[in-house]
Design a protein around this ligand. Structure first.
Ligand code: NAD
Length: 322
């Protein structure tokens, strides 16, 4: 597939971040898009922006859908086929995702399972729903977004990332498993797994919202205490990230800063990440690392898997002179 012009793409999680940028860039390149999000207003805004900037004949539709609910995914599929008057789709970007469930030990089971349901079952339900339509395309591509946490199951010292990593490893394994399955049983479809490093998006605030919480600056004292319990506060203090005797307000400000810094101080923007993803898909790559940080980490973990969780050694290997 050397061009997206005249194709029909599905993008999940199109209301923000990389999903929104994928929709905009696909539409600008002449590709019709059906995009969904569980935030109907946000994804409707994406569709308007993308549609306004697209060449004539391109149709961008938005749909409300929670990808962790199979019934909603099937409804999304039926809606988009009708709206685009199509019996197939050419590209599916399973991009929707949230963070959360950092600790299997101390976070709630509910939070762990919510994160896993969105990040794994969402990808699985979309593959189930859309694979027959990709086969019907005759030249289909399924693009599943994993993460560097699909090959490295932590965020670093003191920052476990349990449910997210479990789901993202599953997405990578599922997608890699489809390579031979499709080659054998449906050669008109190929797959790609996307593994971004740090990309500047609102995922931190959006993931709080997925737990029914407000923007970090509007969290109540009780919500702040629940998000960062006493023992976690003690660890932050010893890591020099929080002043001793800090109030709930200090914690609230720290969370707000973490969220905006994640978005504004990232090495790569969501738009640049979407360009890398689309270039990768167009080139036929099945493994798309997004960002220099993702490439460096991938090389270090592959070179010495045993050192993956020995942060000092991993850091030395990741340095050019290491
Ligand atoms: N930002 C990063 O640094 C980074 C790194 C690695 C992987 N990723 C992955 O990239 C993907 C996109 O993330 P982003 O950073 O653009 O985040 P984002 O929060 O900016 O965008 C994700 C979108 O998905 C939507 N969404 C979440 N759960 C949903 C659900 N159940 N049903 C439908 N829509 C849902 C959100 O509402 C949001 O609009 C995610 O899968 C994420 O895990 C992000």
């Amino acid at each position: 597939m050397d061009s997206f012009t005249g194709k029909l793409a599905v993008v999940t999680g199109g209301g923000s971040g990389m999903g929104r940028e994928l929709v905009r860039q696909l539409a600008a390149q002449g590709c019709s898009v059906a995009t969904c999000d569980w935030h109907a207003d946000a994804v409707a805004e994406t569709a308007i922006m993308a549609g306004e900037a697209a060449p004539p004949g391109v149709r961008v539709s938005s749909h409300a859908c929670d990808v962790s609910d199979e019934g909603q995914v099937l409804r999304f599929r039926d809606e988009l086929l009708e709206e685009h008057a199509s019996d197939h789709v050419d590209l599916v970007f399973s991009n929707a995702g949230i963070g959360g469930g950092g600790s299997f030990v101390s976070d709630s089971r509910e939070e762990w399972e919510r994160t896993f349901a969105v990040d794994w079952w969402g990808v699985y339900y979309c593959a189930r729903a859309f694979l027959p339509l990709l086969i019907a395309s005759g030249d289909g591509v399924l693009v599943n977004t994993s993460s560097v946490n699909g090959f490295w199951a932590t965020l670093g010292p003191g920052m476990p990332n349990q449910a997210y990593s479990t789901a993202k490893f599953a997405v990578r394994g599922f997608t890699e498993g489809l390579i031979e399955d499709l080659r054998t049983n449906a050669p008109q479809v190929r797959v790609a797994v996307v593994m971004p490093g740090h990309v500047g998006t609102n995922i931190v605030a959006n993931s709080l919202r997925a737990r029914g919480l407000p923007e970090p600056e509007h969290l109540s004292d009780a919500q702040v205490e629940e998000l960062i319990p006493r023992d976690a506060q003690a660890k932050l203090i010893s890591a020099g990230l929080l002043a001793e005797g800090g109030s709930a307000d200090d914690l609230r400000q720290m969370l707000a800063r973490m969220s905006t810094d994640f978005r504004d101080k990232a090495p790569l923007s969501a738009a640049d990440a979407a360009t890398i993803i689309l270039d990768g898909v167009r080139s036929g790559a099945w493994r798309i690392l997004v960002g220099q940080d993702a490439k460096t980490l991938d090389e270090a973990v592959r070179a010495k898997p045993e050192a993956a969780y020995d942060y000092a050694e991993l850091g030395r290997m990741a340095r050019p002179d290491g």
